[in-house]
Every structure is written in structure tokens, then in C-alpha cells.
Design a protein around this ligand. Structure first.
Ligand code: SF4
Ligand code: SF4
Length: 263
């Protein structure tokens, strides 16, 4: 997309919201973003496929230092690596358990739980605030729950980044292709440009041809389980029904569909 078209869309989008840039950002920052209506909370709970993921953290922790899932995601989606952390692009990444689940008391576990690393990705929330604030519909939710990105429609306003309570979105401050080895890019997945937001799309391009997400396939510990939460016989559904699992920041009402087994 040419910059002038993106600039036009940005102005048009903000105008459509009735917001100036600063008042708009202030409104998003200071506002309870996730006041879900009953209709919104019913999303994803209906019929049809509802994709979800389970991360079995004790299985991850059985192989300390393993980042096979992240490497597979990065390779599949041409994700660049910058030395400058401010330019970082992350679809899947790790953070200490104590930071991921600050409401849980790590003192209740004697195995240094708070410092162990947990895999993070977009939660493909049932009630995604990122989708609600996007002025151009560059991010939207499919009927199967996957929260998508259209890089060509994105005007880089970053409202979605402010709205996401999980830090699941990254902004391309510079041309990401400058940090890629163009001889090694995956030709089946588009590279992005400066000025757009990106994030995990649950490997929609693989799911739609009958494959499982690259991270799930790559995990040597089978710590990642992917499936249809609406199917009572699916493995994800059975795990969430039978085990104690956590989702991040449940109090916000976003209803994340990445569930964590922690013990
Ligand atoms: S984790 Fe963030 S980016 Fe992903 S759907 Fe939820 S609010 Fe949107
Ligand atoms: S996806 Fe995010 S940055 Fe892109 S237009 Fe929508 S709200 Fe703005």
C-alpha cells in the first residue's frame, strides 16, 4: 500500500470514529475497554468450530530452554529479529510465569514457579477489544474465533495495541525486510512493511488447509494442544473441562482462548 493511501485511510478512520488522535488514545487508555454485552460474551460459545489452544506448562518446563515452537512460528511467518528491543516483532514469545499470571501467588509452589517461562501468543479472545477499536477493520474476527490481520488495510494507528491487554501485537517501526535474510524467507507467507501492526493469527493459513499450527507441530514435548473448543470430544475441550487451567486476566471479560495448565 502506498503511504498516501494509508495516510488517507488513517484520517478517514479516525474521523469515522469521531476522535482526534490524542483524545482517541486517551479515551482508549483511560477507559474500561472490556465492558462486554451479553451478545459479545455469547460470541464463540455458539455452534460451529471455535479454535482454541492449551499450553501445558509443566511439559514445557520439562525441557528448559526449549524454544522450538517460537522458532517454527518465526520461520513460518518471516518474523524479523532486531537487536533493538523497541523494534521487536513477536508473534510467540516467553515471559516469566509471575509476570504472565501476576494474580497467582508463586509462593504457593516451591519450585521457583514465578521465574519459569511461559509461552505467550495472541489469545484469540471471544470478546476481542482490539477488533472493536480498529477504525479500518484491518483486524477482525472470523466465525471460528481467529482474530485476523489485513496488512493492506492497516493504517498503523496502533489503537489495537493500546486496546490489547496482553501485549500481543507488534508495530513495524522499520521495514522488517531489512532484518530478514531474503534468501531464506518463506515464499508462501507475505513479508510486511513499515507502519503496520502484526500478531499471531493461529496459523490460519495452515488450519485452512487441514494442518495444525506450526508451533503445535514443532513442540517435541507435545505441550501445545490445538482444537475445537465447541466440540465436546476434542482434546482441548476435554482438557479444559477436566483439568485446572488458567487464562490471562479473566477479570477483563475478553475470554481468552489460550488456556494454560500450570500444575
Ligand atoms: S490477545 Fe490481544 S490481540 Fe489477541 S484477540 Fe485478545 S485483545 Fe486481540
Ligand atoms: S489493525 Fe491496529 S494499527 Fe492497524 S488500523 Fe487497525 S487499529 Fe490501527
Amino acid at each position: 500500500m502506498r503511504t498516501d493511501r494509508r495516510g488517507f485511510l488513517k484520517i478517514a478512520g479516525i474521523a469515522a470514529l469521531g476522535l482526534g488522535i490524542k483524545p482517541g488514545m486517551d479515551a482508549l487508555l483511560g477507559h474500561g475497554l472490556v465492558e462486554a454485552s451479553p451478545e459479545m460474551l455469547a460470541q464463540g460459545a455458539g455452534e460451529g468450530i471455535r479454535w482454541a489452544m492449551v499450553v501445558d506448562l509443566p511439559r514445557c518446563w520439562a525441557t528448559p530452554g526449549c524454544t522450538e515452537c517460537i522458532a517454527a512460528c518465526d520461520e513460518a511467518h518471516n518474523i524479523p529479529h532486531f537487536d533493538d528491543a523497541k523494534k521487536e516483532i513477536k508473534w510467540t514469545w516467553e515471559e516469566p510465569y509471575g509476570k504472565v499470571f501476576p494474580e497467582q501467588d508463586p509462593r504457593l509452589n516451591s519450585s521457583n514457579l514465578g521465574n519459569k517461562l511461559a509461552l505467550l501468543l495472541c489469545n484469540h479472545c471471544d470478546n476481542p477489544p482490539c477488533v472493536r477499536v480498529c477504525p479500518t477493520k484491518a483486524t477482525w474476527q472470523r466465525p471460528d474465533g481467529i482474530v485476523m490481520m489485513d496488512f493492506h488495510r492497516c493504517i498503523g494507528c496502533r489503537y489495537c495495541m493500546v486496546a490489547c491487554p496482553y501485549g500481543s501485537r507488534s508495530f513495524n517501526f522499520v521495514d522488517p525486510r531489512t532484518a530478514l535474510d531474503m534468501n531464506k524467507v518463506n515464499p508462501d507467507y507475505p513479508t510486511r512493511t513499515r507502519g503496520v501492526v502484526e500478531k499471531c493469527t493461529l496459523c490460519q493459513e495452515r488450519i485452512d488447509v487441514g494442518k495444525i499450527p506450526a508451533c503445535v507441530e514443532a513442540c517435541p514435548q507435545h505441550a501445545l494442544v490445538f482444537g475445537d473448543m465447541n466440540d465436546p470430544n476434542s482434546q482441548v475441550r476435554k482438557i479444559v473441562e477436566s483439568r485446572t487451567t488458567l487464562v490471562r486476566k479473566p477479570e477483563l471479560g475478553t475470554r481468552p482462548q489460550v488456556h494454560y495448565i500450570v500444575s
